[in-house]
Write a protein that binds this ligand. Structure first.
Ligand code: NAD
Length: 279
């Protein structure tokens, strides 16, 4: 069984990014806006900051009170929209329920929407615009498959999860590569029957170890997007030990999709910088 090492791919993509940045001269800073103090978000932000620093890119982490008024948050986003030293803005999800997620994400100006989650970037992405930003995790999953030369052409790809962050955009990316894509979710009937038909199974359902040996078939490639902290340590949405002797390849947790989400965010930032320099 082949282990799809996100860490290895991250190193490779990081080298490429360093060369690109050298060529660009400078990459404007990334601003990460966090509302509240979600523990998992703190960990993700720390990783992004560290990775940015390794690349020589400044990352500003701005933390707001959980009960910030939406209009105050939007004013702050607008300030960063106007700031010429800022190349990318992200709002770390999840955000508190008292804020309207669409209003907040749509407040980020198109050219700085490096997560690609605002309505305009989303529209560009699904309409096939070549300049569109791909949400980082989806971009990372495709980079992982590309690195290991796992061809998507005419393959049956099954995605578990239909979120705008992962499931839908990765499904769309696979469609663009001429795969036949089935997107499943919590209302899907006979899920196991569908997943067993996949050549490539991408699992992003947010349920620890949901996918066990009864969901997979011999020879499948499995990408485990999930990440959960349990008493026994970190685990994904796939029961690794239960499926490992059946399938042909799998991304581990940790060390699989996670590192690729981080590098993809900075690829998006560099792409936005290149676009800005062109215009
Ligand atoms: P989400 O909660 O927004 O979406 C989960 C999706 O899974 C939904 O569409 C839901 O319908 C579906 N689902 C839930 N239970 C199901 C079930 N029993 N059967 C079938 N479908 C089911 O989650 P998300 O933001 O898409 O994230 C999914 C997972 O990926 C989470 O574990 C999250 O922590 C992880 N994640 C990891 C990274 C990374 O970089 N590794 C990045 C983003 C998300």
């Amino acid at each position: 069984m082949l282990l799809l090492s996100g860490k290895e791919v991250q190193e490779y993509l990081k080298d490429e990014l360093e060369k690109k940045i050298e060529h660009l001269g400078v990459v404007p800073k990334l601003v990460i806006l966090q509302i509240g103090d979600n523990e998992q978000s703190n960990v993700y932000i720390k990783r992004k900051k560290k990775f940015g620093e390794e690349l020589g890119i400044a990352v500003e982490h701005r933390k707001f009170e959980e009960n910030i008024k939406e209009e105050d948050l939007l004013k702050n986003i607008e300030k960063y929209n106007q700031d010429k030293t800022v190349g990318g803005i992200i709002v770390q999800l999840p955000i508190p329920k008292n804020l309207n997620k669409s209003n907040v994400l749509n407040a980020i100006t198109l050219k700085k929407d490096v997560d690609g989650l605002g309505v305009v970037q989303t529209g560009l992405f699904y309409s096939g615009d070549s300049q569109a930003i791909t949400p980082a995790t989806a971009r990372g999953i495709i980079s992982l498959l590309d690195f290991y030369k796992i061809n998507l052409e005419s393959k049956n790809v099954v995605v578990i999860g239909r979120s705008s962050l992962v499931g839908r955009p990765v499904g769309e990316m696979c469609l663009k590569r001429n795969a036949t894509v089935t997107i499943c979710h919590s209302h899907t009937k006979d899920l196991k029957e569908i997943t067993k038909k996949a050549d490539i199974l991408i699992v992003a359902c947010g349920v620890p170890c949901l996918v066990d040996s009864s969901y997979v078939k011999e020879g499948q490639v499995v990408v485990d997007v999930g990440i959960h902290r349990t008493r026994g340590g970190l685990c994904g949405d796939v029961d690794f030990d239960d499926v490992k002797n059946i399938i042909s390849a799998i991304s581990p947790v940790p060390g699989g999709v996670g590192p690729l989400t981080v590098v993809s965010l900075f690829q998006n930032l560099v792409d936005c910088t290149v676009d800005m320099q062109k215009s």
